[in-house]
Design a protein around this ligand. Structure first.
Ligand code: AMP
Ligand code: GLY
Length: 425
């Protein structure tokens, strides 16, 4: 079978690397891909929301399955586009249709869904310009800090956590006035939950599900989880506090009610569900849903999946996931993200990356890279995800750190404290 992966980051390179190992794959295409994916498949320079161009590619290259990496094409309805097209409708898309993608595309929708299905989450109130004063009253009833979320997609920037009530009230008004454009025309005001976060992933055919390895991602740019939020500076899997007892609660209180809830609401869902969780005194609460895999979590988690991913995808497509098997490696995995200096603020692109061939023992998943003549140059804030396995987290991290130091490009930066919060315990 020929497979098309939509996207261009480390997550998509990790998927490509794993799918390449499947006996079921013939040709692998990535749109648009990066320098890393070009080594194991064919990159096609098409934007992730250019559905007509994707259609031509799928028909010309006899694609038998499409895996959607990022959320934007899902929220914009790529799956629905396929279902509505006579020639595409039988080609499976791994990733939910627009209605299911609302779990990520609208925080208000996700909150209503969780309340309706009894899934533990922070108390909230949604405001628009029509009910600002009620929203402000709700805000005043909460304890600091205050959590404000743009309802729609805001490229990971739409969440504000504010200490002062006055500033929070002003921010609600600023958000409604377009701080995040149309995405903050509705604002979700949320109770702040204090705890430690982890990322749980499941794949579902709409009826059954398989749980993938759990991971923890490090979102802040600075050591000790300080400074600005990024797309993710690294990841570790498994997560020591997400033990069997915790995961049992997650499955019973979060995963099963989510899959059943989708069914009850008549939403057909085929793809990944990413549960952004917070453990409050060992009780799981859902912070957010994403309708795709995490990045950089995928770059760690993928090393621990022993089974054939394409076989699981076929189970999703055919609605017989319950007949498939997921085999998970008990070893640990760690990913260290190399970023361009300045990220997540302004940074340069086009710097030459060298010495990747001098690394050993890790797998280098490219995030923001491209080919330029015979060289590979930086092409994004997050540049390379250095992923390793080990018998424990320390061993996996040490290997990634050794290779992270070997790779060279101008103003390279990475966090050297990953795992600090898990290992000291
Ligand atoms: P997001 O961009 O949606 O991933 O949210 C960014 C971060 O905000 C999350 O990873 C959490 O660390 C934090 N956050 C979101 N909602 C809450 C909440 N209700 N309580 C505490 N922290 C939160
Ligand atoms: N690593 C978090 C995300 O992919 O949203």
């Amino acid at each position: 079978m020929n497979i098309l992966i939509i996207g261009s980051g480390g997550r998509e390179h990790a998927f490509a690397w794993k799918i390449r190992q499947s006996p079921k794959i013939d040709q692998l295409f990535i749109a648009p891909g990066n320098a890393g994916t070009s080594e194991i498949g064919t990159n096609i320079e098409i934007g992730v929301t250019d559905f007509p161009a994707i259609r031509n590619l799928v028909l010309n290259k006899h694609i038998g399955m499409v895996l959607v990496g990022p959320e934007v094409p899902l929220v914009e309805g790529i799956h629905d586009f396929f279902l509505a097209d006579e020639l595409l409708k039988d080609i499976p898309v791994i990733g939910p249709a627009r209605q299911g993608a609302m779990l990520e595309g609208s925080k208000d929708f996700a909150k209503q869904f969780m309340i309706r299905h009894g899934i533990p989450t922070a108390a909230y109130f949604s405001v628009t310009k029509d009910n600002v004063e009620e929203g402000i009253s709700f805000l005043r009833s909460l304890k600091a800090p205050y959590v404000l979320k743009a309802d729609g997609l805001a490229a990971g920037k739409g969440v504000l956590i504010i200490d002062g009530l006055g500033e929070a009230e002003q921010s609600v008004r600023d958000m409604l006035d377009g701080m995040f454009g149309q995405a903050s025309a509705t604002v979700v005001i949320e109770e702040f939950l204090s705890g430690i976060e982890c990322s749980v992933f499941a794949i579902t055919d709409g009826k059954d599900y398989k749980i993938l390895p759990v991971a923890k991602d490090y979102k802040r740019i600075g050591e000790g989880d300080t400074g600005l939020n990024t797309g993710g500076m690294g990841a570790i899997s498994p997560v020591p506090f997400a033990d069997e007892a915790f995961m049992k609660k997650v499955e019973e209180r979060v995963i099963i009610p989510t899959v059943h809830g989708l069914q009850q609401d008549g939403i057909q869902y085929k793809g990944f569900i990413f549960f952004g969780l917070i453990s409050v005194d060992s009780e799981p609460f859902v912070i957010e849903y994403n309708v795709r895999m995490g990045d950089p979590e995928t770059e760690a988690v993928i090393l621990r999946i022993k089974s054939d991913l394409v076989d699981l995808f076929e189970g999703v497509a055919q609605g017989n996931l319950s007949d498939r098997h997921i085999d998970i490696d008990p070893a640990c995995a760690a990913t260290v993200m190399l970023v361009a200096g300045g990220y997540p603020g302004e940074y340069k692109k086009g710097d030459v990356i060298t010495d990747m061939d001098k690394t050993s023992g890790s797998i280098l998943f490219h995030s923001g890279t491209r080919n330029k003549g015979n060289e590979i140059v930086t092409n994004g804030g997050r540049v390379i995800a250095v992923s390793s396995k080990g018998k424990d987290i320390e061993e996996a991290l040490n290997l990634s750190y050794k290779n992270a130091s070997t790779i060279k490009f101008n103003n390279k930066f990475f966090r050297s404290d990953l795992g600090f919060d898990l290992l000291k315990k």
